[in-house]
Design a protein around this ligand. Structure first.
Ligand code: SF4
Ligand code: SF4
Length: 466
């Protein structure tokens, strides 16, 4: 039977890990559970349920946001893990960092063959070419350059990366956000929200880690009023292989799409007469901005969990001086309560880098002598990102195990949205049960070599183009 149109448009046809039997199996279970708990269980498809989750969550949670202490200070970019290593805090790790790109290829090890390595390298290549330092948090390079040229400063005749001297005046309250979101979607963003610029989440100061040169907001060419936050899905089947070079390929591909799309959105705004700068990991902290823009809810593993992709997406931003009349708001759909009981990522993490604290705290609590890479003063789960990164250096690959094992990491089938709906309407009550059901159904396996074979298996897969 053909899938409903609204459903089929939302997922990658090449994703076959969740087969028809699994689909029906979860469908039966979740429908039964849903029938018991929701009198009018939604019988429509994913997109509608997602909209419902988001709308209701916004209505219920106006004003909700990440709590900060009064003495909270913005984070220094030089204190992220890359910054710490490159500015000499852990000189012992530099040789390992230099070897990171020299992958541990093994033709007999699924996920680490030459084909897998090729996928990893090709995944990152666009990001490496157009925004080579953004992933380390360094701004103002490549397509993320801060320059705001006018038509008199064109570099060549086809240079359309200019701020128009005719400012487009939006005619209604919602037009600006609607138009910008439409364009962002058109250019490739999977999730889009708009937040007011909040200096708490911007880096206090910038540093070019390769030259040691520091610079600040006084060097930025305009006063940002808004931050457009975009989410980019990472392929489900690729992440099912975590940790592997296939996972790294999916991460790299998301980085490549982030830079391309954010740049196009910035040029779109410039041609409307507004100043704009594209950013990925640079400029400011993506997680609180994504939370502020309503892309999802912060989680134990530190990543934002969205209703649609769970934690399996990456975040790009565009800073602009366009002041919107309508902004998105944070959403809450039961993630924090679920995380309190779940802990699956903390148990699965091979580096033991994820906290097992029962609730979010205002400062790190793990037993680690170095805490410079964590900024206290925000109420959240504090994780040991240095131990995480040391594990990446050890395996010479991205890891991603926490993302893969998370019960919110699902393909975008309506049954999964229904289960998430349960955790939203009954926070806490169903969580332990649902986590167990997830295990029983075999979701979230990691270190699974079969997943690498499935990723490359061409049977039961459609390729268009004939
Ligand atoms: S695995 Fe569980 S505890 Fe970890 S982020 Fe996901 S829901 Fe939260
Ligand atoms: S990426 Fe891997 S090592 Fe890092 S926190 Fe997640 S599971 Fe742990």
């Amino acid at each position: 039977m053909d899938e409903p149109k609204e459903l089929s448009k939302y997922y990658d046809k090449t994703d076959t890990r969740l087969n028809r039997r699994d689909f029906l199996r979860l469908g039966v279970a979740s429908t039964a559970v849903g029938a018991l708990t929701i009198a009018n269980a939604p019988n429509k498809v994913t997109a509608q349920i997602n909209r419902e989750i988001k709308r209701e969550a916004i209505e219920k949670n106006v004003g909700l946001f990440i709590e900060t202490h009064a003495d909270y200070k913005p984070f220094y970019q030089k204190n992220n893990v890359f910054g710490g290593l490159l500015t000499g805090r852990r000189p012992d790790l530099i040789p390992k960092l230099m070897k990171f790109m020299d992958k541990l290829v093994d033709k007999n090890r699924p996920g680490y063959t030459q084909i897998d390595e090729a996928l990893a390298k090709a995944g990152f290549i666009v990001a490496n070419e157009i925004a080579p330092t953004s992933m380390f948090g360094i701004p103002n390079k490549g397509f993320h350059a801060w320059e705001q040229r006018t038509k008199y400063q064109k570099k060549e005749v086809f240079d359309d990366n200019i701020v128009s001297d005719i400012k487009y005046e939006f005619t209604s309250k919602g037009e600006a956000s609607s138009v910008v979101k439409r364009a962002a979607r058109f250019f490739g963003a999977d999730l889009i929200g708009i937040a007011i610029r909040d200096k708490r989440w911007d880096y206090a100061e910038f540093i070019d880690l390769f030259t040691g040169k520091t610079f600040g907001w006084q060097d930025f060419p305009f006063e940002p009023r808004s931050v457009i936050v975009m989410g980019f899905e990472m392929n489900y089947e690729a992440y099912a292989t975590a940790p592997s070079l296939i996972t790294e390929g999916a991460t790299g591909d998301a980085y490549s799409r982030m830079s391309k799309t954010a740049f196009q959105v910035s040029v779109f705004l410039k041609n409307l007469g507004y100043r704009a700068v594209a950013a990925g990991n640079d400029m400011g902290l993506s997680v609180p901005y994504a939370a502020a823009a309503g892309l999802g809810e912060p989680s134990r593993m530190g990543i934002i969990i969205s209703p649609r992709f769970g934690p399996r997406f990456r975040i790009a931003k565009v800073y602009t001086d366009l002041a919107f009349l309508e902004y998105d708001r944070p959403i809450k759909f039961g993630v924090q309560e679920f995380c309190e009981r779940c802990l699956r990522c903390a148990h699965a993490c091979p580096a033991k880098a994820i906290t097992r604290e029962p609730k979010p705290t205002f400062e790190p609590t793990y037993a680690h002598s170095e805490k410079w890479f964590n900024n206290p003063g925000t109420k959240k789960y504090y994780n040991d990102s240095l131990s995480c990164f040391e594990y990446w250096l050890e395996i010479r690959s991205d890891c991603g195990v926490c993302v893969t094992c998370c019960p919110y990491n699902k393909q975008d089938y309506w049954q999964h949205r229904l289960v998430h709906k349960l955790t939203e309407v009954m926070p806490g009550q169903m969580d332990s049960f649902l986590r167990s059901v997830d295990n029983i159904f075999g979701y979230g396996n990691t270190f699974d070599e079969r997943a690498s074979k499935t990723f490359w298996d061409s049977s039961n897969r459609e390729y268009l183009g004939y």
